[in-house]
Write a protein that binds this ligand. Structure first.
Ligand SMILES: [Zn+2]
Ligand SMILES: [Zn+2]
Length: 133
């Protein structure tokens, strides 16, 4: 006798089912669940003076958009999920980031808008406040 697993949602035969309670195939799982929790808008805070990136209250020496995006979005990563990032500028000047997430045969994409914010880091603001005294 041959036993095959199938997905109760789409009826597709599959070797692997995912999820704790509902066992779903890879395609259905990513329809109903997110591999990553990505907000629609991601704040991107950099120092206008030295260009450092602020993350969780700390200033990191990450310069240039690509390196900063990698660092910034690593915050949303989940165990066992691989992320690949793409970004582009829209005509209205906003930056869109697309995250390609994959975990084994499951894959999905998530879009976020990057909202740039400028804030002086402590060393730079200390410097400028003593400078202007
Ligand atoms: Zn399915
Ligand atoms: Zn700075």
């Amino acid at each position: 006798m041959e036993l095959s697993k199938f997905c109760p949602r789409c009826g597709r035969e599959t070797d692997n089912l995912y999820g704790d309670k509902k066992k779903l195939c890879a395609g259905c799982y990513t329809d109903e669940n997110d591999l990553l929790e990505l907000p629609d808008v991601v704040e991107h805070v950099t120092c206008p003076v030295c260009g450092r990136l602020k993350m969780e209250g700390k200033w990191l020496e990450r310069y240039g958009l690509e390196e900063q995006l990698g660092e910034r979005f690593s915050e949303f990563n989940q165990d066992g999920v691989e992320m690949r990032l793409q970004y582009w500028e829209e005509e209205d000047g906003t930056t869109q980031v697309r995250v390609h997430a994959s975990a084994g045969e499951m894959q999905d994409t998530y879009d976020a808008e990057l909202r740039p914010k400028q804030e002086q880091c402590q060393p730079c603001s200390r410097f400028s406040s003593s400078f202007y005294k």
